[in-house]
Design a binder for this molecule. Structure first.
Ligand code: NAI
Ligand code: MG
Length: 358
């Protein structure tokens, strides 16, 4: 009999979300069956922009309490052409991240074997980063307001909020992540020349926390110069920590530099483990390719591997990633990576690799 069963909430939501989540569930179940040491019990939550259009809510009353029972949340993407993006983002994704205190957003990026970075001289191994994004406050704290709406003298404020508590916990998490990787190198990104309050607090807290991690090398960058360094010297970076807004932008750049937004995963972690953490591909609902069967499922496979690692199944996580990388290396890749495979072809190839190798 099985020793373990993980209870996973799946929220495929919008656009290509259901296509890539279906593919990931197939692969996760296949992996669990082959390895034989654990199983998954998926509960599907039909929360999406369609639900919102019908009921006026993304999450029904009591929904968060239902979610809280699970070991982890596997999320697709939210966003529909006929719902403003700030409504969908705040209605579903942030409505889970914020109350569940998923304060660490972790975004690993690397160039898979068999894929090509758009950077001319960047080979597999030259770009292997983990970006840690502060996920609870900063520029996305929701502070601010609008006055005199619609009048010529209308004003709007968007206030970035930084607390010692939140900056210190993300900084600690970032140093721990850097410490767990072979290079033990952390680049702290701010904009403390122009943003002279919150960003100076970041720099001060980074310097204080660094004292507890003498084996980690700390390196500092301003966010604008950081974009140049990512493009020109990708091999000089390893673990990176930045604010909610800065890391949001840098991690999309990172995904593009690694070859495609279709491969990059992201984890929204509550490192205290009081609430379930949420795992999702970095990409959005991609309505331009929805329903065509061509979405790259690799981002959601890698996302699933990150979820496995968080659940403590590190060996299974590595096996899944190795299978995905071998499939890329064989050239079974979707159009965004220059191939002709469809979502189902990549999924079948990963399942076949798992069955053949484990
Ligand atoms: P997007 O990531 O959905 O698409 C950007 C481009 O990348 C499109 O050309 C798309 O076809 C392509 N792409 C994305 N994922 C792909 C995949 N797996 N395979 C192949 N190609 C892929 O970003 P966009 O177009 O800015 O936003 C579309 C909607 O998604 C908006 O409503 C936006 O708010 C939402 N969104 C939601 C996110 C989330 O749920 N976390 C994140 C980003 C955007
Ligand atoms: Mg983003």
């Amino acid at each position: 009999s099985l020793s373990k069963s993980y209870s996973i909430a799946s929220i495929p939501a919008d656009g290509i979300g259901p296509e890539v989540i279906d593919a990931a569930i197939e692969v996760l179940n296949g992996l669990a069956e082959t390895l034989g040491s654990f199983a998954f019990n998926f509960t599907h939550y039909d929360w999406s922009s369609d639900t919102y259009k019908k009921t006026g809510k993304y999450i029904p009353d009591g929904g968060l309490e239902q979610l809280r029972k699970h070991d982890a949340i596997l999320f697709g993407a939210v966003g529909a052409p006929d719902v403003p993006d700030h409504i969908s983002l705040w209605g579903l994704r942030l409505a889970i991240c914020q109350p569940f205190q998923q304060y660490a957003n972790v975004r690993p990026t690397k160039v898979f074997r068999g894929t090509q970075s758009p950077l001319r001289n960047c080979k597999t191994g030259d770009l292997d980063w983990v970006i840690i994004r502060e996920n609870s406050e900063g520029e996305y704290a929701g502070q601010g307001g609008r006055s005199h709406v619609g009048k010529p003298w209308e004003t709007a404020t968007e206030v970035a909020m930084f607390t010692r508590h939140a900056v210190e916990r993300i900084m600690r998490f970032a140093f721990e992540t850097a410490q767990s990787r072979p290079r033990k190198l952390l680049t702290v990104v701010t904009k403390s020349n122009a943003q002279r309050n919150g960003m100076v607090l970041w720099d001060e807290i980074a310097a204080a926390v660094a004292k507890d991690f003498p084996d980690v090398t700390q390196d500092k960058m301003l966010v604008d110069a950081m974009t140049c360094r990512m493009v020109l010297k990708p091999e000089s970076l390893d673990t990176i920590v930045a604010t909610n807004l800065h890391a949001d932008i840098l991690s999309d750049l990172a995904a593009a530099l690694a070859g495609s937004i279709g491969i990059a995963p992201t984890s929204n972690l509550d490192p205290t483990r009081q609430n379930p953490s949420m795992f999702e591909p970095i990409h959005g609902s991609a309505f331009d390719i929805t329903g065509k069967g061509v979405a790259n499922p690799v981002a959601t496979f890698w996302t699933s591997a990150e979820m496995l690692a968080w659940l403590g199944e590190r060996d299974a996580s590595q096996k899944l990633l190795d299978s995905v990388e071998r499939v890329c290396e064989k050239g079974v890749v979707t159009a965004d990576l220059g191939g002709t495979a469809k979502t189902a072809d990549v999924t079948r190839a990963v399942l076949a690799d798992i069955a053949a190798n484990y």
